[in-house]
Design a protein around this ligand. Sequence first.
Ligand code: ATP
Ligand code: MG
Length: 572
Amino acid sequence: MRLSRYILPTLKEDPSDAVVLSHRLMMRAGLIRKESAGMYVYLPLGWRVLRKIIDIVREEMDLAGALEFLMPELTAADLWKESGRWDTMGPEMFRIRDRNGLEYALAPTHEEAFTGAVRNIISSYRDLPVNVYQINTKFRDEIRPRFGVIRSKEFIMKDAYSFDMDEAGLESSYQAMRAAYRRVFERCGLDTIPVEADTGAMGGSNSEEFMVASEVGEETLLLCGGCGYKANREKAEYRRADGAGDGPKKDLTEVPTPDVKTIEDLTRFFKCEPDRFLKSIIYEADGRPVMAVVPGSREINEQKLARAAGAAQLDLAPDSVVEEVTGAPVGFAGPVTKKDLRIIYDISVKHVSNGITGANKKDVHFEGVNPGRDFIIKEEADVTCAEEGDPCPRCGASMYVKKGIEVGHIFKLGYKYTKAMDVAVLDENGAKVTPIMGCYGIGVNRTMAAVVEQHNDGKGIIWPASIAPFDAHLVGLGKSDEEIAAADEIYEMLLAEGIDVLYDDRKASPGIKFADADLVGIPVRLTVGKTYFQTGEVEVKLRSGGEVMKVSREGLAEKVSELLGQDPTMKA
Ligand code: ATP
Ligand code: MG
């Protein structure tokens, strides 16, 4: 491809609205342009990279035995009503009507659509197992689209859905996808960390997210240096240390605390550690009030709390509800109450002695609060977030925290959709069996951005060879007709040898050409300049670093292939 005929609008300056490195580099290297909030145009260079990632994903899915479909992105409301998700998907789902008033969703995901399609095709145990997938656009009305293509309103996802006769079958489909995911990311040059993720109602280690460690990641990972336990923050468990209490039990006493509300105010006022406080927060679980009680130093984990409460929807209760159920303004709630209120205690609360809590009275706290004596723990669960330094739930070693970008997610769905949507096949004895499902997603655009986050230097992107937009970047520096003809000839020769080459034949300074080559990050750079006109040797340099090599015209194509072959992503 001749750059003089190509569209590659590189930028010298960082766009002001790009806050993360991958977004800045993808804009500056001419891969994408913003269309509007959360929507991006892929320019030819960016689309080439995306297509290469798609090719790798497709190859690995096909190798794993998954079968590619092309599904409508417009999905009828009736399908979503069958699963019940028409009412629960919330504002993230784009909904539209056709001219006859029929309702549709622009699919944010395809569980219903695939289950609906497969239900009409499979009828016998002989048809299973089956794993179906597509690589297609998804639409999500994200509350805050951000970080360029990492969180956008429209993106390409590979989504696969497996249908098996039983749990053992599902386990083997899941493991096949897990292995395929590891290969996909490895081939894209990405180091990923598979972590245990929250499974909602499913429980167990039935869901994993593939994370790319990155400062800009929105996910928090808890990792154990001892046994290798890895989980995201929603899921991570931890072992309890004993409580913060001291000495013999004191009497329960009311203490006036005007304007002392936050945990910081309280630690100052009572001159003690935050763990002595029993933070009591009122939520609404499926509309019904519930109080969560946790040590003052810890953050409530709403996913864990929702699971413990058995609630599909969990929200902080409005002030009016707090006042109604505690009899006090916000800031003075506590578990020592005569009201009939559901209370879920974190499992560390029972270890606290001589704690401090709100007294359910304006401007009053209790001191000397003791579980068992002042309140009875009827319901307890792990409802706080694990934190840096917490003991690992498996081995007890101290855990550390990393930020991560989720690029893929695999999930044992169970019977949720097949039951709700009446999918059945006949087993060997002619009895009806409901198939069990798994679902598996990869964010293609987000994967591209994650690669840029991991592979760059001060000058620009450094593409892994497997997904680089071109194999080689040929820089022609000649000015005379003769020199230009010599570079043209090298270009033609490389093309004929099967090298995918971007040829910078623009009338621009060497400085501009080299800066663009570094920014765009194609793995091998070839320079036809002074050396070539004097000695017949092309200068060859890897974008990832190292010495300039001088290679004769005859050995050039072979050298480029050899260098590309040395990139680990070309061997995976
Ligand atoms: P997140 O927690 O980041 O919102 P999710 O859990 O909603 O992601 P899934 O429903 O598991 O995502 O979708 C599968 C994959 O699709 C994710 O692992 C991610 O790579 C990608 N993805 C999800 N939402 C977006 C988005 N708004 N923009 C780009 N990619 C996305
Ligand atoms: Mg997810």
